[in-house]
Write a protein that binds this ligand. Structure first.
Ligand code: URP
Ligand code: ZN
Ligand code: ZN
Length: 463
């Protein structure tokens, strides 16, 4: 019998796959996983020695904002740099947002956004429909999304000053439309009235430094909005996903709603797991401004516990990177600091170093959080999010012992800073493949811009 001929085989790595976790070989043909087994007999064009390393499914980041016009500027990570950063962290799929222009149907915004992303992406990608024209006419266009491959919709309960906020009636109307196509609604949950009241108060007493941004968006703003949207979801029967969860109380509200049958899912982000609000007091405070803001150590610990017990199902980077001159321009008025921080590269490393390597997360839970669950929630499973015969060969080979430090040499960015300066990580993806195609070799980028693909998504499945 002739020898099997593969495009790629990774041999002898400890692998998390559908059959369990153990040492095996994984062979790839035509971008798909072709065989999994011990000591596979065959030859490959690329034969990789994975012994002593970990082979994991490529990560799926369900929440990034690349080259996103916002404030009076735009996020600086474009689809090229952003997906390269993601790939260096072992992430092989990102999901960004298609903001509507006023009057633009949601599906057309997706098609338009693809023309921006397609020439640049080095990983595969998908797009959430996004209600940024919060009118009833606009909301009625949401059922057009599945025909352009999008089965999820983001809405904002805050940011009235930017014209993004849906009111309660529009929120209900949007939920009714999303339910029609059995989609999932992503919710930025902050009570806008509370935020506006607090912003006004802090400015009026001269409390205008970066740290006042956090004081102006108190815990109650997140918790009230979560409780309200979950009351609506219960009434309408719409599946919701609370993005960038930052508080322990918010998590409690989600657990309570889930216990009474509400279809609610949630993510948190690497920054809420890595920092507390005290970093806002320093000179670098503006660089840590995002919404919802950084909270207390108590909240951070509760979020780690939620990741470990499965009540938080996913990790999204919420990468919204602004150049230093944008972040530092408003030291005397927090309202002018563009909200958002980078995170596409470190999303996996925060969970790997400070979750898996410290024993807070099992290896299997780590994989669920950064890959399998986002794939299931956003209609990419079973094609992506796990290693099994027949699925896309999105693979990340990790050396779990490499120590590295966050700085502008180790983190791929064009913004002139990293929130993770001098943070000590352990473990790094050394080789990464997207559909069997090299994107990282020996820890360095090896991908051509435009080589990623747009992904048509199916329905959301419960993790
Ligand atoms: O401050 C943040 N999170 N900026 C990105 C946009 C959003 O609200 O997710
Ligand atoms: Zn948001
Ligand atoms: Zn976001």
């Amino acid at each position: 019998m002739s020898q099997m001929q593969w495009d790629l085989v990774v041999r002898g790595a400890r692998t998390v796959h559908d059959g369990g976790t153990g040492v095996c070989d994984v062979a790839v043909v035509d971008g798909l996983v072709a065989e999994i087994g011990e000591n596979l007999a065959g030859e490959a064009i690329e034969d990789v020695d994975g012994r002593g390393k970990l082979l994991l499914p490529g990560g799926i980041d369900p929440h990034v904002h690349f080259e996103n016009p916002s404030w009076d500027t735009a996020t600086a990570h474009d689809f090229g740099i952003g997906t390269e950063a993601a790939a260096l962290g072992g992430t092989t799929t990102i999901i960004d947002f298609a903001y509507q222009a006023p009057g633009e149907p949601a599906g057309e915004a997706v098609t338009r956004r693809r023309t921006v992303a397609d020439p640049k992406v080095v990983t595969d990608y998908a797009l959430h429909g996004t209600v940024t024209d919060p009118s009833f006419e606009s909301v009625e266009t949401l059922p057009g999304l599945p025909s352009v491959g999008s089965t999820s919709v983001k809405i904002f309960m805050a940011y009235s000053i930017a014209g993004l906020m849906v009111d309660d009636a529009q929120l209900l109307a949007a939920m009714e439309q999303v339910k029609k196509f059995d989609g999932i609604m992503l919710v930025h949950a902050e009570n806008d009235s509370i935020v506006e009241h607090c912003r006004h108060h802090h400015v009026s007493v001269g409390d205008v430094q970066a740290s006042a941004h956090a004081r102006s968006r108190p815990v109650i703003a997140e918790v009230e909005a979560i409780r309200r949207v979950l009351t609506f979801a219960e009434e309408v029967g719409c599946r919701v996903y609370i993005v960038h969860l930052s508080t322990s109380e918010g998590l409690d509200a989600i657990k309570e709603a889930r216990a009474r049958g509400v279809q609610v899912h949630t993510e948190t982000c690497p920054h809420y797991l890595s920092f507390d609000a005290s970093v806002l007091d320093g000179e670098a405070g503006p660089r840590y401004v995002m919404s919802p803001p950084l909270r207390s150590k108590f909240d951070s610990d509760a979020l780690w516990a939620g990741l470990a017990d499965g009540s938080i199902e996913a990790l999204g980077s919420d990468d919204a990177a602004y150049v230093l001159s944008d972040k530092d321009r408003a030291v005397n008025d927090f309202r002018d600091i563009p909200n958002g921080v980078p995170g596409a590269q470190v999303r996996t490393s925060v969970a790997f170093s400070f979750g898996y390597r410290t024993g807070r997360l099992s290896l299997e839970r780590y994989v669920e959080l950064v890959s399998t669950n986002p794939a299931k929630l956003f209609g990419l499973y079973p094609r992506k999010g796990h290693i099994a015969v027949g699925v896309d060969a999105d693979l990340a080979l990790w050396d779990e012992d490499i120590p590295w430090r966050g700085d502008l040499d180790s983190i791929h960015t064009n913004i002139g800073y990293t929130c993770y300066e001098n943070v000590e990580f352990v473990g790094k993806p050394v080789d990464v493949w997207s559909r069997g195609r090299r994107v990282v070799r020996d820890g360095l980028l090896a991908a051509d811009r435009g080589s990623g693909q747009y992904l048509d998504r199916g329905p959301s499945v419960r993790p």
